[in-house]
Design a protein around this ligand. Structure first.
Ligand code: UGA
Ligand code: MN
Length: 336
């Protein structure tokens, strides 16, 4: 008690001194009415500015909402008069798969009248691809077929050694041919790999294909681009460094065909047995096409609107290092 009392008095002295100091400062700074008026004016001005910013924010949010709903109608729009673009996309499990499919789906969301046929190279449909496709809100068909081990490439093989996506594209073709009633009569088919880069314009170039449309592909064949050579509006050959004498020396991403032609020639397809680089030629020849049937698009094949980009294989070497050092690496439950 004896110690608490002096402490209490000490505290009282401090509080008293503090209050006195405040009163003295305040007495030095008595506001004149002119100062008060000026402060009031300032406050008024600021509150106007705050209101202005609030209104601006509201208008911007409203604009954004309208924009969203416009885009929304665009994504989901199905214009009955417009030919449908059927896309056949083989896909296989790898670390970068979700990233590639996500990017591709976001492009497709901006294209009207799309039907996306996605075929997994797997024994079973994966949860990840199933979920992703469902979330896109796109029209899609989800299939799967496993490439037998003898046709699979080993991780050290050069990327040209064996063809990829062969059975998957055939499964897509089979679906189209067996669902004659569901595919729209007016349609076009495009083989769109999951790692390429597509401009929106390429879809409008191909949409009204009569028989087969062709156009350049960027970043392919160890060149800046490959393209059909066009003279007087006709395709007469191929600009490519590798086997230009192939009947159709063109990448899979460089052509689209009319759906009716695909239904008319039910045997046209792909094979793991054909010579390297002849997948495209085998399919297009199977549709009984010749050079004179080809419709040159993309400004007479002078513009690159699709790129054969290849996603870099990501290294995971630090996973093993972390595991070795701490007995624990990244959380396997986090989907990448
Ligand atoms: C090039 C061509 O652009 C492809 O159209 C062609 O299928 C391929 O070569 C080939 O040699 O067969 P590239 O980038 O080298 O393309 O091949 P990937 O992108 O690795 O594979 C083409 C498509 O098949 C992709 O959509 C990919 O996901 C899929 N794929 C790949 C499988 O379905 N299974 C696999 O084991 C590998
Ligand atoms: Mn690719």
């Amino acid at each position: 008690m004896a110690r608490i009392l002096p402490n209490f008095l000490y505290l009282c002295v401090i509080v008293f001194a503090f209050l006195s100091a405040l009163m003295i400062i305040d007495s030095f700074h008595e506001c004149s009415s002119a100062e008060l008026d000026a402060t009031r004016e300032l406050l008024k001005k600021y509150s106007h500015q705050v209101q202005f910013v609030k209104n601006e924010r509201k208008t911007l949010i409203e604009k954004l909402e309208t924009q969203r709903s416009v885009d929304g109608t665009k994504h989901n729009s199905w214009l009955p008069e417009l030919p449908v673009i059927y896309l056949i996309t083989p896909t296989h499990s790898r670390a970068e798969q979700k990233a590639d499919i996500t990017r591709m789906s976001h492009t497709l969301k901006l294209v009207p009248n799309i039907h996306w046929i996605v075929i997994e190279d797997s024994e079973q449909k994966s949860d990840m691809v199933s979920r992703l496709l469902e979330q896109t809100g796109l029209n899609y068909t989800h299939l799967n077929v496993l490439t037998p081990q003898k046709f699979k490439m080993a991780s050290k093989d050069p990327n040209w050694l064996k063809p990829r996506g062969v059975l998957q594209r055939n499964a897509g073709l089979e679906w189209l041919r067996n669902h004659k009633n569901s595919p729209a009569k007016k349609g076009v088919l495009y083989f769109a790999d999951d790692d390429n880069t597509y401009s929106l314009q390429i879809f409008e170039e191909m949409r009204f294909t009569q028989k087969a449309s062709v156009w350049p592909v960027g970043l392919v064949g160890y060149l800046r681009y490959e393209r059909p050579i066009v003279e007087k509006g006709q395709v007469v050959g191929w600009f490519t460094a590798w086997k230009p004498d192939r009947p159709f020396a063109i990448d899979m991403a460089g052509f689209a065909v009319n759906l009716q032609l695909v239904l008319k020639y039910p045997k046209a397809g792909f094979s793991n047995e054909v010579r390297r680089g002849y997948q495209e030629s085998t399919f297009l020849s199977g549709l009984q096409l010749t050079l004179s049937d080809l419709e040159p698009k993309a400004n007479m094949c002078s513009e690159v609107l699709v790129w054969h980009t290849r996603t870099e294989k990501s290294s995971m070497e630090n996973e093993a290092k972390l595991m070795k050092k701490f007995g624990k690496a990244s959380n396997p439950n986090i989907e990448v």
